[in-house]
Write a protein that binds this ligand. Structure first.
Ligand code: M6R
Length: 603
């Protein structure tokens, strides 16, 4: 998740590019850069680590004058945030500049094939070298040839010294739009509409596999075969503020909708030796402790389940703020994994430091390359992109996915799951983006249900097995954004106390994705209704017929295997929390008393 802008016109490009980057800073902000073609047709590159203001200061000292340029604001995925890794990147001769959003899965293979040495740690630099190697005097055509070699998801903008009157772009599974104003003779490229809404409200949305060119006279798009495409222009009706949220009312909703892409991008990291654990270490592994706070702790609970089940390793999830003060005996060959969206949470960082001091082997699962935890130990980075809403949604889902990836890989290395089973698990995971997209369609049903839930102030989330970990996340999401009192219980525990609280006016939200536990869950629903509570059930298609008669509302998610179904079921729970918050007039993206990143112990 980074931001791309491009401009060609009669006025200076740098101020237009900088304004566009400011508008896109919500997409990533660990470094930024621009490339401008000066009046002699030479590429001028300016880039800087940190926020966009830092790049602005560089431009004050070292202006980049010219009327065509491209720019980028980065959210690091390959290579830490630094000036060297900031985009644009250039080919060996320095005549072609490229900015890129997304992930090139086969960048190592291309680098080897081209025999080039890169100066950055990014996958993007390889694209610039590839374009340089293939260049045949027509960059649009060259882009089409390069796209046949690139694997992964990408949006690209390209500037080329030998074709100074043109801006080029291409798209594969990562958004990119173009705009042109005949009045001013200006052309624009952007990864997101907010960057160009000031200049034009009629945009051309590039499709997968297409390459575009923008000049001072107009724009042109071709498909993978080089045939011209004539897409109708899309008229943007939103104002600037909602455009930053991609037309969604809140960042939380936007981020919920970004989950299919986040799952796709995180899945793409699984190649070669993606897990920094050797076969011997995997086989020797006796125990894994996963420590985290809040939502990340719920992802850790899921992680402990799947590590036990698929990799046959003893595993436990720990609340980091407790773990750091406990006196826990450490076993031989015990590993410690810190889990955190931000990678900066003080308690989790302290727990990680303690584990290191106790001699444990450590890893971090986090969403921010170059964060405190990623500097402290080797990090497995989720590719959720920047999360702006305080309530974590897409980071949670990709953490869960990362643990499933870890469990399958370790299970294979330890010889406890067969290659055929591992293959089936990967296949199921590859279906997730599509199934998640379908699950998002439950929003309207959930909104209708919420509108009927007048005066509900107590919600009990219940589940069994992996669904219990999910229920805990559902309860946290609801309380933090809607301020409705909510608690999660392992469904089998209800009869040991919590059932005393059930009466008319209470809601029980039940997560039912585990076939073998479904009958037990249905008994819990009957018990709840017998005491006057309402029941909201979230279950898979295959279980719907059995569950529906026992629920006041039954939200059905697509069928999936036992490991991925709870991931899909998280989506209706997020939408439920979101809809409740909206219905109650809460400040959804910035709930009271909370901060996105808790970097001090008490505050
Ligand atoms: O950045 P982290 O994942 O370490 O943050 C941990 C918690 O503070 C965080 O998950 C918090 O619970 C969120 N507000 C949940 O939506």
């Amino acid at each position: 998740m980074c931001g791309i802008v491009g401009f060609i016109g009669q006025r200076q490009a740098a101020p237009v590019l900088m304004e566009g980057l400011e508008k896109l800073s919500y997409r990533g902000y660990d470094s930024a850069g621009i490339a401008v073609l000066d009046e002699r047709g030479k590429l001028l590159i300016r880039k800087e680590e940190g926020r966009i203001e830092n790049l602005r200061s560089v431009l004050v000292k070292k202006p980049a004058n010219g009327c065509a340029g491209i720019g980028h604001t980065r959210w690091a995925t390959h290579g830490k945030p630094s000036r060297l890794n900031a985009h644009p990147h250039t080919d060996e001769k320095g005549r072609i500049a490229v900015v890129h959003n997304g992930i090139i899965e086969n960048h190592e293979d291309i680098r080897r094939k081209l025999g080039v040495s890169c100066i950055s740690q990014t996958d993007t630099e390889v694209i610039a070298h590839l374009l340089g190697a293939l260049y045949d005097g027509d960059m649009q055509h060259t882009l089409l040839r390069a796209m046949k070699e690139l694997k992964g998801s990408y949006a690209l903008a390209v500037l080329c010294e030998t074709e100074p009157e043109k801006l080029f772009c291409a798209r594969q599974q990562s958004p990119l739009v173009m705009g042109f104003s005949a009045d001013s003779g200006e052309g624009h490229i952007a990864s997101d509409i907010p960057a160009l809404i000031r200049h034009t409200r009629d945009v051309l949305i590039l499709h997968d596999g297409e390459a575009g060119v923008v000049t001072r006279e107009g724009m042109r798009v071709v498909n993978a075969d080089g045939a011209a495409c004539h897409h109708p222009l899309f008229h943007v009706g939103w104002d600037e503020a909602s455009a930053e949220k991609g037309g969604f009312a809140h960042f939380m909703l936007k981020e919920i909708h970004e989950q299919p892409q986040a799952l796709r991008d995180t899945f793409a990291c699984r190649k070669g030796d993606w897990l920094p654990i050797s076969k011997q270490e995997a086989q020797d592994m006796q125990m894994v402790t996963l420590a985290a706070c809040g939502t990340a702790y719920h992802a850790a609970l899921y992680g402990a389940y799947v590590l036990e089940k698929l990799a046959r390793i003893r595993a436990r999830a720990e609340i980091a703020s407790e773990y750091r003060y406990r006196d826990v005996p450490v076993s031989e060959n015990e590993w410690f994994v810190a889990v955190s969206q931000s990678g900066e949470t003080a308690d989790t960082l302290a727990a990680l430091q303690k584990a290191k001091a106790m001699g444990m082997r450590t890893l971090a699962v986090c969403n921010v390359v170059g964060s405190g935890m990623a500097r402290e130990t080797q990090a497995l980075c989720t590719h959720a992109g920047p999360e702006m809403a305080v309530a974590s949604t897409k980071a949670y889902l990709t953490q869960v996915q990362m643990f499933l990836m870890m469990a399958i890989t370790l299970g294979g290395m330890r010889g406890v799951i067969s290659p055929a089973e591992a293959e089936e698990r990967w296949r199921q995971m590859s279906l997730l983006p599509e199934l998640a997209t379908r699950t998002l369609q439950t929003h309207a049903q959930i909104e209708r249900f919420v509108s009927r839930l007048q005066g509900c102030e107590h919600v009990f989330f219940i589940g069994r097995g992996l669904d219990y970990a999910l229920a805990m996340e559902g309860a946290l999401k609801l309380k933090e954004v809607s301020y409705v009192f909510s608690e999660a219980y392992a469904a089998g525990e209800m009869k040991h106390g919590p059932i005393a609280l059930l009466e008319k006016g209470r809601l029980v939200a039940a997560c039912i994705t585990q076939e073998k536990l479904a009958d037990k869950m249905i008994s819990n629903l009957q018990e709840a209704r017998a005491r006057g509570a309402q029941v909201l059930a979230v279950c898979t298609e295959g279980l719907a017929e059995r569950v529906r008669p026992h629920a006041d509302e039954c939200v059905v998610i697509p069928d999936a295997d036992e490991y991925t179904a709870p991931m899909l079921a998280a989506i209706p729970l997020q939408l439920f929390a979101y809809s409740m918050a909206v219905a109650r007039g809460c400040d959804v993206d910035k709930p009271r008393n909370l901060a996105k990143s808790v970097t001090v112990e008490e505050w």
